[in-house]
Design a protein around this ligand. Structure first.
Ligand code: CO
Ligand code: CO
Ligand code: CO
Length: 346
């Protein structure tokens, strides 16, 4: 039996997140715990929580899970694991141990599919040097998979989404377009080559990017996932009380993502993301509509968005390229807080 996980879901990957506006509303009801050893909590909407154990060690804790973004169970496992682990990298941490989180309809799929997802996750975690030491499964449809991950970071070397400073340049390490390609795939409009390229980037660990950030003492970063480049840029701008200007024309794209906007392959979640950022964004008058919608595209297992001191940007880019992240590019800059938090131009 040929298994097609993608055929079972309405919205897969990080596009299945709760709309950011609603999420922020819900989170307001939870009191923030007070403890001097909590170094990063939900207050700044960062990628992961960070808890100090002692002066040398803090734990980075995160979990992510979602419905399938591709048809093959093994590849889905790889992508979900790469995505879960990414939040540890975005905080400057080293992922160490993890637990599986799995929801699976045992009556609707053969058990091999279930096993293949877990093996995909195991292999990707191993590539990251992360040991999966347990997990939890329940019956559910459609299937969902991800990890809860614990990483190590030195308490003085945490990279947060609040670390962007005026004068920094913004570097993005992976091209955008996984949401558009996925929508195109469902509508039979994305090429095989673009689907493969998209899966390549979703499976690619943000490990290399994180190593480069550590080497150059980068202070501000996040990873680009379900809220799109604009949504995550907004969270970064708010957390750091700065403004971010994005040159959308410089953003690297996967395959024919640009053309897919023309053909109407815009997933609904892009409009949810636009709604989230709109009031706090300035769009240049001549901003290309396709580029605007690409900024809203929900990424699954997207790249790192790093805020790099201007004088280091050139060497950081060449280091990223040398390390194999050949599509990494400078896509904008950080300024003092202006009227809006983010500005999009061509
Ligand atoms: Co994240
Ligand atoms: Co996350
Ligand atoms: Co972060």
């Amino acid at each position: 039996m040929k298994i097609d996980l993608l055929g079972m879901v309405e919205s897969g990957g990080c596009s299945a997140k709760i709309p950011p506006r609603q999420l922020e509303e819900i989170l307001k009801h939870i009191p923030l715990p007070v403890d001097p050893d909590i170094l990063v909590d939900i207050d700044t909407h960062d990628d992961a929580g960070v808890y100090r154990v002692n002066d040398e060690l803090a734990l980075v804790l995160t979990t992510d899970f979602f419905p399938p973004v591709c048809s093959d169970p093994y590849e889905f496992g790889q992508i979900a694991a790469a995505n879960s682990i990414s939040d540890v990298y975005a905080m400057g941490g080293t992922p160490v141990i993890a637990l599986n989180i799995m929801m699976f309809p045992s009556g609707k799929l053969p058990m091999e599919a279930y096993a293949d997802i877990l093996v995909g996750g195991y292999d990707k975690a191993s590539e990251a040097g992360t040991r999966i030491i347990g997990g939890h499964t329940i019956e559910d449809f459609p299937p969902k998979y991800g990890l809860a991950v614990v990483g190590y970071v030195h308490p003085g070397k945490i990279i947060t989404n609040a670390g962007a400073r005026p004068g920094d340049l913004l570097i993005l390490t992976k091209p955008l377009g996984t949401g558009l390609i996925l929508a195109g795939q469902r509508m039979g409009m994305a090429s095989e080559a673009d689907i493969e390229e998209s899966k390549y980037f979703m499976k690619l660990l943000n490990k290399t990017g994180a190593e480069v950030m550590r080497k150059f003492g980068i202070k501000g970063a996040t990873d680009v996932t379900g809220f799109g480049l604009a949504g995550h840029a907004l969270k970064m701008a708010r957390a750091g009380n700065v403004s971010l200007s994005l040159n959308m024309g410089r953003v690297p794209l996967i395959g024919e993502a640009y053309r897919l906007v023309d053909e109407g392959c815009i997933p609904g979640v892009s409009f949810t993301n636009l709604d989230f950022v709109e009031d706090e964004s300035g769009f240049s008058e001549d901003l290309d509509y396709n580029l605007k919608m690409i900024a809203m595209d929900a990424q699954t297992s997207g790249g790192l968005l790093m805020s790099v001191p201007g004088e280091k940007a050139g060497v950081v880019i060449s280091e990223l390229h040398k390390a194999g992240l050949t599509r990494a590019a400078v896509i904008g800059k950080v300024t003092e807080k202006r009227e809006k938090y983010i500005y999009l131009e061509n």
